[in-house]
Each structure stands twice: as structure tokens, then as C-alpha cells.
Design a protein around this ligand. Structure first.
Ligand SMILES: C[S@@+](CC[C@H](N)C(=O)[O-])C[C@H]1O[C@@H](n2cnc3c(N)ncnc32)[C@H](O)[C@@H]1O
Length: 213
């Protein structure tokens, strides 16, 4: 969903160079490659993610992007190198996201776009009903994860205003720090599925009735 939204944001723009900071396995970069974008750079500290990314790009016969092992807080990449910088689920891992936001600003061509969906930590009770309704399996995964090492990953719960303030101080223009309507989209999907199921069952009932006549 995030990747689709990014695609919609860039589709009528004249952007040619793209960079995913904290790219990991590069899922979003792969999405852009699939839609024909070619000047793609992935930056991450961990090499393992890049290995997975290389495998996936090759598997889907996509050109492998530039992969740079670097700290997103100080990449040593030339300033204003990219028209669009993005990542999904990175900023919430930093107690202080300012250095990453400063580095992103430095790397951005100043008429470009920075797109960074943030997934803050949520208390279990808040997400319980959402998970129960839309993804009950994730409840089990969450319980297992809470007992494993993965749970040591730092995840903050800063409000939107916190990020917007930092961006403003750095000099970002047209800042939009908006809530992501994931649930709205999920509800629409569930409704659509229910409607299709209803139509399908109705169709069968009509057919059965016709057979009896
Ligand atoms: C939640 S993952 C992002 C996953 C990614 N969207 C994907 O498709 O795989 C966050 C990524 O940020 C990277 N990361 C965290 N801190 C970093 C830093 N200071 N410099 C570079 N990468 C960092 C981690 O190695 C990890 O791959």
C-alpha cells in the first residue's frame, strides 16, 4: 500500500533519481523498478538485506540498483543527488530522527520529494481489535515476537507534530505529516470481499431455484 501511494505521488513528476534510505531488502525499490524507474539507489548499514534484495531483483529479472553500505545519518553521498528519497518504517527506530532528516534534506534535489511513512509503536490493547479483525495470525506472531530477541528493536511513539517541527527547523517546505488511513483501506477491502461473497452466494441460490422450477 505504501509503495502504491509513493508511485501515485511520483507518477506525473519529472523525477529520475531515487534513493531508499534504510532500504533493507528493498521491497519499495523493487516496486519502483517494476514500474520502469531505473536510477535507483539503496542505502543501508546491513549487508544481509542487500543479499536478499539482489536475489529478489534477479528472480524478477529487474536491474539491480546501486547498493551503498552507509549510515543514513552520514552517507558521504554528494549533496542534492536525488529527486526522491523514501523509506518505509525507518524514522521511528531513532530516538533522535533529526540527523537522518538533515542528511535526507542534504541529499535531496530541492524541488524533490521525501516520503517516509512512520510506524510508531502501539500499545497491544490498541491494536488488538484491529489485528483480530483483519489479521488474527499477526496476534500469534506478536506474542512469539515479544518473547524473542526481535523485541529489542527500538521503536518510538513520537507524535506527528514532533517530526513536522524538526522538518520545519531544518528548512523543509510543504511539510505534510498526516495519519495514514490504512484501516480505512482495509475496511474497504473487507467490505468488497463481503459484497463479492454475497453476490456469489446469491448467484448460487438463484441457480438452485431455477433448477428446481
Ligand atoms: C524496518 S527496516 C526497513 C525495511 C525495508 N523497508 C525493506 O523493504 O526491507 C529498517 C532498515 O533500516 C536499516 N537501518 C537502521 N538504522 C540504520 C542506519 N543508521 N543507517 C543505515 N541503515 C539503517 C536497518 O538495517 C533496516 O534494514
Amino acid at each position: 500500500m505504501y509503495s502504491e501511494d509513493l508511485l501515485n505521488l511520483i507518477k506525473n513528476k519529472n523525477y529520475s533519481s531515487f534513493c531508499e534510505l534504510g532500504a533493507g531488502r528493498g521491497t519499495t525499490t523493487m516496486y519502483l523498478a517494476k514500474y520502469g524507474y531505473s536510477d535507483l539507489t539503496m542505502v543501508d548499514l546491513a549487508e544481509q538485506g542487500f543479499e536478499v534484495a539482489k536475489y529478489s531483483f534477479e528472480k524478477f529479472k529487474l536491474s539491480i540498483p546501486k547498493m551503498i553500505i552507509a549510515d543514513v545519518e552520514k552517507t558521504n553521498i554528494k549533496e542534492e543527488s536525488f529527486d526522491c528519497i523514501y523509506n518505509i518504517g525507518l524514522l521511528e527506530h531513532f530516538d533522535d530522527p533529526r540527523p537522518t532528516l538533515e542528511e535526507s534534506y542534504r541529499l535531496l534535489n530541492k524541488v524533490g520529494l521525501i516520503y517516509m511513512p512512520i510506524v510508531p509503536v502501539q500499545p497491544q490493547y490498541k491494536s488488538f481489535f484491529q489485528r483480530l479483525m483483519f489479521n488474527p495470525l499477526s496476534l500469534i506472531k506478536n506474542i512469539i515476537r515479544s518473547k524473542s530477541k526481535e523485541n529489542n528493536i527500538n521503536r518510538t511513539d513520537y507524535p506527528r507534530s514532533f517530526y513536522a517541527k524538526i522538518c520545519k527547523e531544518i528548512g523543509y517546505k510543504n511539510i505534510k505529516c498526516i495519519p495514514y488511513n490504512h484501516i480505512g483501506k482495509l475496511i474497504m477491502m473487507v467490505q468488497l470481499r463481503t459484497n463479492l461473497l454475497f453476490l456469489f452466494i446469491n448467484g448460487i441460490i438463484i441457480l438452485l431455484k431455477k433448477e428446481r422450477l
